[in-house]
Ligand binder design. Structure first.
Ligand SMILES: NC(=O)c1ccc[n+]([C@@H]2O[C@H](COP(=O)([O-])OP(=O)(O)OC[C@H]3O[C@@H](n4cnc5c(N)ncnc54)[C@H](O)[C@@H]3O)[C@@H](O)[C@H]2O)c1
Length: 250
């Protein structure tokens, strides 16, 4: 129960990595606000947490909306009294096009969800944490915050930008008792991978990138996020913590 009575917000909590961290924080005693655009799956995740004895709520939003993000932070504080930890995690992938072929609409959407929304969540969460005297924020970045992969330019650009946001904010708010870090997963088996239109073609290529000889599992990222949120990580500020089977060590 290392997060007993802590208030945790997880975006992208209806599936994948976010659903994993939301459930794990709840198991460790936290009060968890699950936030996602997918209401059906979100309600399922909420029911699972509650039936395991956890305390949680679900809020449906598009993370790219400033108004909805601000309402989410207000609702979380109204419901649970404060905001101690944020896992700023919602994200989308793109197609497999090279730079000259990327459609403008796809580029704009990836920027909105993977970059602008990450900043919005930081903006309003940090505002609340400043009022309370501290907090912890973990962004889900990517191995593609550090390296690059052909066919992923918009996604890679946003994840590099999330690294920049993480480091800048960590420098700005460290003295206000707000710790800000990012987790950088390699390829993890979630819907993001499984729903890829060219999965059969890309999976062997992705596998070959990981010196561990396999892709990652959700719990392997969840463990890193929970540690970054814990007092054990008290001197971690502005780090990009890779959980990538060695991909970026190559
Ligand atoms: N799976 C991987 O290989 C991998 C690797 C590195 C980084 N990541 C990052 O991890 C994070 C989580 O991804 P995942 O693999 O769990 O994917 P996922 O698709 O399983 O989960 C993403 C969640 O975000 C939600 N979401 C998407 N757009 C949203 C929006 N506009 N508003 C609110 N919610 C929205 C989805 O509904 C979904 O529940 C993302 O930021 C992703 O870029 C994933």
């Amino acid at each position: 129960m290392q997060f007993k009575d802590k208030v945790v917000l997880v975006t992208g909590a209806s599936g994948g990595i976010g659903a994993g961290t939301a459930a794990a924080f709840a198991r460790e005693g936290a009060k968890v606000m699950l936030a996602d655009i997918n209401i059906e799956q979100g309600k399922q995740r909420l029911a699972e947490i509650e039936s395991a004895g956890g305390e949680a709520a679900f809020f449906c939003l598009d993370v790219a909306s400033a108004e909805q993000m601000q309402t989410l932070i207000n609702e979380t504080v109204q419901r649970f009294g404060r905001l101690d930890i944020v896992h700023n995690n919602a994200g989308i992938s793109g197609g497999n096009d090279f730079v000259a072929e990327v459609a403008e609409a796809e580029f704009d959407q990836i920027i909105a969800v993977n970059l602008k929304a990450v900043w919005l969540c930081m903006k309003y969460s940090i505002g609340q944490m400043l009022k309370q005297g501290g907090g912890v924020l973990i962004n889900t970045a990517s191995a593609l915050s550090i390296t690059a992969l052909p066919g992923s330019a918009p996604y890679t650009a946003t994840k590099h930008a999330v690294a920049g946001l993480t480091k800048t904010a960590a420098i700005e708010y460290g003295r206000q008792n707000i710790r800000i870090n990012a987790v950088c997963p390699g390829v993890i088996r979630t819907a993001m991978l499984n729903n890829h239109p060219q999965l059969d073609e890309i999976e062997p290529k992705l596998l070959a990138l990981h010196p561990a000889g396999r892709l990652g599992e959700i719990d392997e990222v969840v463990n890193a996020v929970l540690w970054l949120a814990s007092d054990g990580a008290s001197f971690m500020h502005g780090s990009l913590m890779t959980v990538d089977g060695g991909w970026t060590a190559v």
